[in-house]
Design a protein around this ligand. Structure first.
Ligand SMILES: NC(=O)c1ccc[n+]([C@@H]2O[C@H](COP(=O)([O-])OP(=O)(O)OC[C@H]3O[C@@H](n4cnc5c(N)ncnc54)[C@H](OP(=O)(O)O)[C@@H]3O)[C@@H](O)[C@H]2O)c1
Length: 277
């Protein structure tokens, strides 16, 4: 099994890669820093001797630069890389548009892949503004982040509807990690050092090792189907992977179609055509 994880050098992406390597997958870390990728690879190999893991240079905000010639066909790709505290338009460009465009560039490798989008509970309370998708207007950073994650999730569900309609063997699955804190995450030398504990948060939230489990389950699980949403079992915040019912606004087809069309315009890429949808 060959899996690409964007942002696989740190946080939830690192633990997704580590757990997939433990399961015997070949894992490609799509990350922008070679030094960070090398440290992540060393950390994985120290826990999984002989792990088949390597680095693909990838800046999600510039996905056209990805060298797809260096990749074999993918069984799964995990769209994990994300930023949460940046200018609004950069968050939309990285979190949503970057992965939308990456789907375009990877299309020849995704013909029977599971395409996993990492969303967020932050999307529950947000709505997309079709007149200001990038949150360029007067929108707080927190709301703009939530909207960018909602855009990703809406895209993930729409992608699966279109794949099903076209009879594709590929599927699109949406996951979210709940609330995953660095302070509850075990150390991995060279990658992450667990800071001083926040024991109270541990009752409600979990570490990024646990936050990675819905994505890992979406890649490997025999009970996973396209168009599903997987998140943590306990209040959607922590715990083992669990099938969720998406909120209605996440699967609204009119909004998703408008987002798809606008994403094609903003990136200049006809994703439907390249995927044969
Ligand atoms: N933690 C949570 O509680 C939580 C909750 C809901 C959703 N999420 C989502 O889960 C995902 C991972 O979150 P996290 O908490 O693990 O974040 P994190 O620890 O900050 O890690 C983010 C990862 O994304 C990478 N990244 C950022 N911008 C990139 C770019 N332009 N190109 C390539 N890689 C890039 C980072 O690489 P660098 O090291 O190079 O910066 C890093 O590997 C995100 O999509 C986030 O929105 C997290």
């Amino acid at each position: 099994m060959n899996v690409l994880v964007t942002g696989g050098n740190a946080g939830i992406g690192y633990f997704t890669a580590e757990q997939l390597a433990e399961a015997g997958a070949t894992v490609v870390l799509g990350c922008r820093s070679e030094a960070k990728a090398e440290r992540a690879i060393a950390a994985i190999r120290s826990r999984v001797p002989g792990a088949d893991v390597r680095h693909l240079p990838l800046d999600v905000s510039d996905p056209a630069s990805v060298r797809t010639a260096d990749l074999d066909p993918l069984d799964a790709v995990v769209f994990n890389a994300g930023i949460a505290d940046a200018p609004n338009e950069l968050m939309f460009a990285t979190n949503h548009l970057g992965h939308f465009a990456l789907t375009y560039w990877l299309a020849p490798l995704l013909t029977s892949a599971r395409i996993i989008t990492v969303g967020s509970f932050a999307a529950r309370s947000e709505r997309l503004d079709l007149d200001d998708l990038t949150s360029a207007g007067d929108v707080t950073t927190k709301r703009a982040y939530g909207r960018s994650k909602l855009a990703q999730m809406s895209f993930g569900f729409e992608l699966d509807r279109r794949l099903r309609a076209a009879g594709s063997k590929a599927m699109s699955v949406v996951v979210h990690p709940g609330g995953a804190l660095d302070s509850l995450t075990p150390s991995r030398p060279g990658v992450h050092t667990r800071p001083a504990s926040t024991r109270v948060a541990g009752l409600l939230l979990h570490g990024k090792d646990s936050g990675a489990r819905p994505a890992v389950h979406a890649v490997l699980g025999g009970d996973v189907e396209g168009g599903q949403l997987w998140g943590p079992r306990q209040f959607g915040l922590r715990g083992a992977p669990h099938l969720e019912t998406p909120h209605e606004h996440m699967t609204d087809e009119r909004t998703a179609k408008a987002l798809w069309d606008r994403s094609c315009e903003l990136t200049g890429l006809d994703l439907g055509e390249v995927l044969g949808l």
